[in-house]
Every structure is written in structure tokens, then in C-alpha cells.
Design a protein around this ligand. Structure first.
Ligand code: APR
Length: 250
């Protein structure tokens, strides 16, 4: 069974580095992007989540992000998040590299979290780099269509990586280093279609690491994986943690 094979692989090659995507948070009620029921089936990312759209029509982009930030803040970590945190405490997970902006790994208790696509924690002024915490952003959005920099008045941009933008240099360099040095990269809930994060499995393999994938659907990297567990992230991870005696969480 894939769950037994995954537990054995973690015991043998761990501590692992987890690479998580939107499928990690669907069990918290947050839709993913590329499933049949995903966000990009409803809305065109180039209209609401690209840097071009932001420059062209920041009000439209902020309307979309305002509702997204509210729903992400309302969501709670699920047992998959909690299990990764338990696996970290038990020494089986070295770090979580996440493409998610929802902060749920940190809220679940994971300590070493690398957010390669930014997060909803704050917005930053593109003109003078002054940051604004999310509470201040939401407060401003109650009285106006876009939040503005308190120092210079320019429109703020959420600290998330939009289509057409480069990834934050420090976090992505750290993610690449983790992928190079780990004995096992464990991908959870990502379609592995978005680069450069989708390059991390090959980085791990090229440096001698093993690859495991926990995902509902096929990914382009399944053929390179030592173990593929097809199924819900929360259930799969808690079954694996129970086998490792590391506090599967219900
Ligand atoms: N358990 C396991 N897998 C799941 C679950 C679940 N509960 N729910 C969904 N999945 C799978 C889906 O089948 C899909 O293959 O998770 C994958 C999610 O893939 P995407 O929606 O493409 O999300 P992700 O890989 O994180 O996307 C990367 O794309 O638009 C951007 O910036 C956004 O960070 C995001 C990036």
C-alpha cells in the first residue's frame, strides 16, 4: 500500500522536506486552482491575479483579493496541516515549502515554513516599500476601493506572487537549498504545473533525493516518484504519521 511505502520511505530517507500546494488546504474549505472545481475554472487569473492586471485595474484586483483574504483568514488548519506540524515535532519533517498564501501551516504549528508565493499577512507599497499588515489593509478596504501607503499614498500591493512576477529571492533560494540537500521531497496537494516551484522535485532528484507525491490527481512528475499516494492529503498524512508513531491527527 502507498501509505506503508510512504511511511517506510520517510523512515529511511527522512527528515523530509514537504512541498505543499492548494490541495493541502481544500480540506479547510479553500478551493484549489486547477481542479474541475478550482478557482481558475471560475475566473481568469490574468484578470485578477497578474501583475499586468494589478497595474491596469488595481480596484478590480483588490476587490478579488479582499474577498479572498477574508475567506482565507476565516479558514482553519485541517488535519493534514496539523499532521505535518506533528511530523516536524517528531523529527520526520525538516521544513515545509509552500506555494500557499493562506498561512495555515504556521497556524497549525509548523515552525520551518518557507512561503515561496508570499502570503496574505501584509501588503507593500510598490513606490516606497512601506509594509502594511493585513488588519490595516482590511480596515482601509472598508472605506475605499484600494488600500494606500500611509507614507506616500501610492496603492499597496498584496505580498503575494502574481502571474508575471518573480518569486521572492530569499525564500526561493532557501527552498532550492532544502530541495538540493534533502533525502526526500514530499509533495502534497500540488498539480506541479507552476514554475519555478514545479522544478523543485527535479532539483531534489538531481541531487540524490527521493520523491514522494500525495495528490488526488495525476501530476507530470508521478513517473519520477518513488511513491505516489493518490488520495486526500489529510487522511493520507495522518495514516502515515500513525505508522511512524508521530501523532496522526484527526
Ligand atoms: N488531497 C490531495 N490532493 C488534492 C486535494 C486533497 N484534499 N484537493 C485537491 N488536490 C489536488 C488537485 O487534484 C490538484 O492536482 O491538489 C492539486 C492542486 O493543484 P493546483 O490547483 O494547481 O494548486 P497548486 O499546485 O498549489 O498551484 C500552484 O498556481 O495559480 C497559482 O499561485 C497559485 O500557488 C498557486 C500555484
Amino acid at each position: 500500500m502507498a501509505v506503508d511505502a510512504l511511511a517506510a520511505l520517510i523512515a529511511d530517507r527522512g527528515p523530509c522536506v514537504a512541498l505543499t500546494g492548494a490541495g493541502m488546504s481544500t480540506e479547510s474549505g479553500i478551493p484549489d486552482f486547477r481542479s474541475a472545481t478550482g478557482i481558475w475554472a471560475e475566473v481568469d487569473p490574468y484578470e485578477v491575479a497578474s501583475i499586468d492586471a494589478f497595474h491596469r485595474d488595481p480596484e478590480r484586483v483588490w476587490r478579488w483579493y479582499a474577498s479572498r483574504i477574508h475567506s482565507l483568514l476565516d479558514a482553519e488548519p485541517n488535519r493534514g496541516h496539523r499532521t505535518l506540524a506533528a511530523l516536524e515535532r517528531a523529527g520526520h519533517v525538516q521544513a515545509v515549502v509552500t506555494q500557499n498564501i493562506d498561512t495555515l501551516h504556521t497556524r497549525a504549528g509548523s515552525v520551518e515554513v518557507v512561503e515561496v508565493h508570499g502570503s496574505i499577512r501584509r501588503a507593500t507599497c510598490l513606490a516606497c516599500a512601506t509594509p502594511e499588515p493585513v488588519d490595516g489593509v482590511l480596515e482601509q478596504l472598508e472605506s475605499g476601493p484600494v488600500p494606500r501607503c500611509r507614507a506616500c499614498g501610492a496603492v499597496l500591493k498584496p505580498d503575494v506572487v502574481m502571474f508575471g512576477e518573480l518569486l521572492p529571492v530569499g525564500p526561493f533560494a532557501r527552498a532550492e537549498r532544502l530541495a538540493r540537500e534533502t533525502g526526500l521531497l514530499l509533495v502534497v496537494g500540488s498539480s506541479l504545473q507552476v514554475w519555478p516551484a514545479a522544478g523543485l522535485p527535479e532539483t531534489a532528484i538531481a541531487h540524490g533525493g527521493a520523491l514522494a507525491i500525495v495528490n488526488d490527481e495525476e501530476t507530470p512528475f508521478d513517473w519520477q516518484a518513488d511513491v505516489v499516494a493518490r488520495g486526500p492529503a489529510g487522511e493520507t498524512l495522518s495514516a502515515v504519521a500513525a505508522l511512524l508513531d508521530a501523532g496522526g491527527s484527526s
